[in-house]
Ligand binder design. Sequence first.
Ligand SMILES: Nc1ncnc2c1ncn2[C@@H]1O[C@H](COP(=O)(O)OP(=O)(O)OP(=O)(O)O)[C@@H](O)[C@H]1O
Ligand SMILES: [Mg+2]
Length: 469
Amino acid sequence: MALNSIRSTLLWILIPAVVLTSGLSLWVSSVELTDRVNAAFDRALAGALQSIALNVNTESGGLAMEQPFYMLEFIELATDSRVYFRVSTEDGLSEIGYSELPMPEDDLLEDGRPLFYSGEYFGETLRLAIMAIGPSERLQTPLDSRIIIQVGESTTGRDEFIRRVLLQTVRKDFALLLLFVFLISAGAILALRPLRETSEIIHQRASGNLQPIDEATLPREVRPLIRAINLHMERYARKTTTQQQFLDDTSHQLRTPLSVLMMQVEYAKSLARSEEMQEVLEAIQQRLNNTIQLTNQMMALGRVHDAADKLRSGESLEEVDLCEVARDVVNDFLAAAREKRQDFGLDLPDTPIVIRGIGWLLHQALSNMVNNAIKYSPVQARITVSAYDTEDGAVLQVEDNGPGMSAEDIALAGHRFRRGAAGRAQHGSGLGLAIVQTIADINNAHMEIVPATADGGLTVRLTFPQHSS
Ligand SMILES: Nc1ncnc2c1ncn2[C@@H]1O[C@H](COP(=O)(O)OP(=O)(O)OP(=O)(O)O)[C@@H](O)[C@H]1O
Ligand SMILES: [Mg+2]
């Protein structure tokens, strides 16, 4: 029993409760019904007793009765069962009708008052009524004995009647039960739907979106939980902003001394007399270059986070032509590609591909992607930047025929300071793709890294689903 779900808890408690209540009510009504039907049939038997009593006479000296069978036949027809009767004196000396009809266990009979009981008569179950009549002017027996009248009726008729009515009740109750189960299930689903919708919305959120969850549409019972989660997210967002701020400030502070150091190393190189000294200074310069690159990337990440914060506080996206972004970035990197004699090309449609986003951020993202392709692909490699429309949205991509990335590196791409196999042979800080991922999130885009062909190469693709052709 999966009681860790609200819906199954509701269903597991309510449905058995409804089934039990229906069963109980059915049992009570069957008992009541049997009692009522018995009472009605018993009244007919009592009526038969009375009419027999009126028709019995003792004028002949013994017991006699006018047209008894006519009346009994009528009862038989009305109740659809066999009817038996017996009239006798209490001393048993005189008797008409069916002899040996079963007698009641309690033989204290009051005059004129019918007593009902059940008994067996030749293998058949009978319901019987018995009445005693005291001697009167009209009815006189030789020894002043009372006259005993009995009427019995086979129970088949009333049993069949009860069965029929019970069956109807069962059918009606079952239909009601099905309706209840349906209503309870539908109620549970409807009541929990806002929860499911909210989880769906949160699921689709960009990873950096720490906006409070809207609690207005949610059931009152879950609002405290949502409020607690919102509070937690707010604290978390504040903490991240502080950390980010610290990082930005640090990288900014580092830039100036690093540039000064660079200049001093440059100067030292011009003064160096020995070759060994030159080599040492070269190595220092290389290290310094890397550190400057790292601080630049960290500052870029800071700017990207700033943009995300602004967007969160209501700044809206603008219309950006992906083709224009691609052209600009390719222009920026022409010299770098030429230096490695790479075949660096653009593949764009004639018409602009306009999406809603932040232009300078997309420029930054594509720059990082192109920078990687040029950096990690060998001399004379082919690199193509393209933009195109698909069913899933507009695409901005960089494809190269370089070394590509292993499945493991692809899985971890976008994590800060994570560098892959190709990265280890080159200088870099491991922040490029993390910045691309963050920019993709801000622009509601989806970053995808796939092998370009089965033989190698890499395609890094940004898809903007909001735009469809
Ligand atoms: N086009 C590519 N071909 C092969 N490997 C790549 C390519 N692009 C990225 N990678 C791999 O992914 C890793 C992460 O790339 P990312 O741009 O995030 O960091 P980086 O290039 O090492 O440093 P940074 O860009 O911050 O200077 C790289 O170290 C490299 O191993
Ligand atoms: Mg990079």
